[in-house]
Structure formats: structure tokens, C-alpha cells
Write a protein that binds this ligand. Structure first.
Ligand code: JHZ
Length: 408
């Protein structure tokens, strides 16, 4: 096996989370009578470029093709984040009606709708047909394809170039990373800008966010590594921000290396130094994660089993992909968590992959009145705790499990 960026042989196992079905492969009632496929969830560390990665155990076309269970607009907080980003970009850079904004993995148009509302021409590129269709209902021009070098060449041939090229939570999802970044090089105008957001592997390790590991997340980036990847492909990262989103993300700003219109911010060297001082370019940094992950698992199991023996009813709130990693790694089934609820219509009436816990509409909470509610998407903890304040009326207690069990 070789590193998907630098092609060195992959010999360091970072963590092995066992076998699991893909986290977004929700099951129908009929599927429950059929065999269910599980894939290894082994994460490797490249000892040359320090890219943390999982091999493409499940083909990305099968994961993100026609139907994808995740809709970016399902969280108000995330749509708000996108809106704030758009306002900030319009203030900071000369983006206007004569420019073109292209977003890769534009999902249901959660972000481009804000540029579109300002009269700025936009193009979404989205491989999942169901998400692309929703975006089109919002009048967001969307190409329903995977982004790669070939698509970038095709778009360039018909005169489409990006003045602002955006990619939020997509880089981790790309098995052929070099081809993807080459495609961005092709699509970006000479003086164009790139911004990308992705979870920061430093935060994943510090906060024991092992549940963000699943088959559709092929890569987990440090700033050191992403900087090397972008430089290798002729880009220069001129600014970076650390964001609280999705458990701690980075937003990078990049340009063509030979474009002198942007100054390199001090943030870039500061973060590179921070990561080097933290020894993220040493194998030792990545060791010891497994023990912390197992500690989280045993404490959660102890808690759930104790509640079960007390005769309490426990539900999960938010059928996030990360919840499925957590449940399947811990071997949790519907004896200890009796039901899940989620606001996404696509997920309601289906069953969680692996654990086979049924997903209901949110109203199921009020009718069943569970004693314990485990919040799956801890990244939206504040938003969800506020939303679920009505469950206090019957004495429900709300918990998150990552980095370790906590009551809210
Ligand atoms: P959420 C997704 O991961 C998938 P997931 C993806 N692979 C990725 O990279 C990350 O995001 C960044 C529900 N919910 O966003 C909606 C409620 O029911 O943490 C979702 O099903 N009520 C692209 O799946 C889930 O929770 C609510 O009030 O781990 C949230 O999933 C809210 C706020 C959410 O992502």
C-alpha cells in the first residue's frame, strides 16, 4: 500500500477500528433480511509526509454516487457558518457580479445560495444526484459529477474558470488527491483564490474524535501536510484560520504560486511552527491514540449497560455518520440504545448501518420520553441542547460521548 500523496510505502498503523459498514449506508426494512457488507477501518500514517489516511476500502463512487444521506442544510449552525463566510469573503476580496464562484461538493446549495442572493454567478459541482437536485431547486447551477482533472479540463474548454474556488469538507473525501488538486490548478483563474475547510487532524487527536474516522474520510490533514501538498501542485497557501467547526477545522486560503496579488499572512508560519513544536512531523506524536479511544469506549459501554440494568430508556439524537462509527466500534446495538431520531427525512424510517437501530422523526422523543439522550453530532452540541430543552420536562438527561462521556 502506498501513500496517496507522496507514494511512500504505508507501514505505520495509526489505529484499527475493526470492520464496519460504511457510515452513511442507512438500511431499509428489507435490507435487514439481507447480508450487510463491512469493510476494514484501518488508518495508516505515512512516515514521510505524515498524511493520516485510510485506503479506499469502499469505492468513492459507491459512497457519493446517486444517493448520499448527508445534506449540509440539515444544521442551521452550518448554514449560518456558510453565510458568515460569504459575508467575510465579500468584504475581504473583490468578489462581484463579474466574477465566478465555483464550489466543489456544493451539496444542496447551502453555501452558494448566499452568493447567488447577491447576484454573483455561481457553479456547484456535486456528485450526489439527490443533493444536486435540491440545489437546483434553489436555482443553483449545478454539475452533477465528481470533480477531477478531466472535469476541470472540460469546464476550461467551455470557458468556465473559477475566480473563487471553494471546497468545504471535500478534500478528506477524495481518494485520488493529486488528481483532484491538479484539477483545481486547471480550473482556477490566474489571479483566482481557493478556500478550503477540512477537519484538523491535530484536533482529532487532541480531542479523541475517533468517530470522525469512517470510510468516506480517506485523509486527515495537518497544516504541515496540506501545505506540502499545495506547494507540490504549484499553489501557495497565503492564509489559514483555525475554526471550531466539526470538532476543529482549518480554513486555508491558496493562490497560484506565481500570483503576487496576495501577501502571505503571519498565520501561515505561526501554524507551521505550532505543529512542528507539537512534533506533528514525528511518528511519536501519533502514538497512544488507541488507548484513549478504548478508554472512551469502555466508559460509554459501562454507562449504557448500567442505565439498561436500571430499566432506563436511552435514545440517540442525530443519526450522524460519526454516530455510526462510535456505535459500531463499541458494538452497541438496540438493546442498550433503543432508537435514534434525526431531522433528515432521508434517514427517517431507515436503520443505522451495523447497529440496526431504527431512525425516527424528532416527534418520537415526545411520544416515547426517553430518560437518556445521547447526542451523536457533538459538533452541534450547543444548537441541539438548546433545541432539546423541551425534553427536560420529563426529566431527560442529555449526554455526548466524545472526547469522553459528558452531561449537558
Ligand atoms: P453532522 C458529515 O458528517 C458528513 P456527519 C461528511 N462526510 C463530513 O465530512 C462531515 O459532515 C463534516 C442531524 N441533526 O453534520 C442531521 C438533527 O437531527 O455532524 C444529521 O443527520 N438535528 C460530509 O454525518 C446529523 O444530525 C439537529 O438539530 O457526522 C448531523 O450530522 C442537527 C443540528 C442535526 O455530520
Amino acid at each position: 500500500m502506498e501513500c496517496r500523496f507522496c507514494k511512500s510505502s504505508l507501514e505505520n498503523l495509526f489505529i484499527d477500528l475493526g470492520h464496519a459498514p460504511p457510515s452513511n449506508s442507512f438500511l431499509s426494512e428489507e435490507d435487514l433480511d439481507k447480508p450487510e457488507l463491512s469493510f476494514p477501518l484501518k488508518v495508516f500514517l505515512c512516515d514521510k509526509c505524515f498524511l493520516v489516511q485510510i485506503p479506499e476500502y469502499k469505492n468513492h463512487r459507491d459512497i457519493f454516487g446517486q444517493e448520499y444521506a448527508y445534506f449540509s442544510s440539515s444544521s442551521k449552525g452550518w448554514v449560518e457558518h456558510a453565510k458568515n463566510y460569504v459575508e467575510m469573503m465579500l468584504q475581504r476580496f473583490p468578489i462581484n457580479e463579474r466574477k465566478k464562484v465555483v464550489e466543489i461538493a456544493s451539496n444542496d446549495g447551502y453555501l452558494l445560495q448566499h452568493f447567488h442572493a447577491r447576484g454573483i454567478p455561481v457553479l456547484g459541482i456535486e456528485p450526489s444526484t439527490n443533493a444536486a437536485e435540491i440545489a437546483r431547486t434553489k436555482d443553483i447551477n449545478t454539475v452533477n459529477q465528481f470533480f477531477n482533472q478531466t472535469l476541470a479540463e472540460t469546464l476550461k474548454t467551455v470557458g468556465t474558470r473559477a475566480d473563487l474556488l471553494i471546497g468545504n469538507n471535500v478534500l478528506a473525501h477524495v481518494p485520488d488527491l493529486n488528481n483532484f488538486v491538479c484539477g483545481m490548478k486547471t480550473l482556477l483563474n490566474e489571479d483566482g483564490l481557493i478556500t478550503m475547510e477540512f477537519p484538523h487532524v491535530m484536533r482529532m487527536i487532541e480531542n479523541c474524535e475517533f468517530d470522525t474516522i469512517y470510510h468516506e474520510h480517506f485523509s486527515y490533514f495537518s497544516f504541515l501536510t496540506i501545505n506540502e501538498i499545495f506547494e507540490h501542485h504549484g499553489f501557495s497557501i497565503f492564509d489559514v484560520e483555525e475554526l471550531p467547526t466539526h470538532g476543529g477545522s482549518l480554513r486555508i486560503y491558496a493562490k497560484h504560486k506565481n500570483d503576487d496579488t496576495q501577501q502571505i499572512s503571519e498565520n501561515v508560519n505561526q501554524l507551521l511552527s505550532k505543529e512542528k513544536d507539537g512534533r506533528m512531523d514525528r511518528i511519536e506524536y501519533y502514538q497512544g491514540f488507541k488507548d484513549r479511544v478504548e478508554d472512551t469506549k469502555y466508559k460509554l459501554l459501562e454507562f449504557l449497560v448500567s442505565r439498561k440494568l436500571e430499566g432506563k430508556k436511552t435514545f440517540a439524537y442525530g443519526a450522524a455518520a460519526k454516530l455510526n462509527t462510535l456505535l459500531n466500534f463499541c458494538g452497541i446495538r438496540d438493546d442498550t440504545i433503543q432508537a435514534a431520531v434525526d431531522t433528515t427525512p432521508y434517514k427517517q424510517g431507515k436503520y443505522l448501518p451495523g447497529s440496526h437501530i431504527k431512525v425516527h422523526q424528532e416527534s418520537y422523543l415526545a411520544s416515547e420520553k426517553p430518560d437518556i439522550i445521547l447526542i451523536g453530532p457533538w459538533n452541534y452540541r450547543d444548537e441541539i441542547v438548546l433545541r432539546l430543552s423541551y425534553t427536560r420536562e420529563w426529566g431527560a438527561r442529555l449526554f455526548t460521548a466524545i472526547p469522553s462521556l459528558q452531561e449537558h
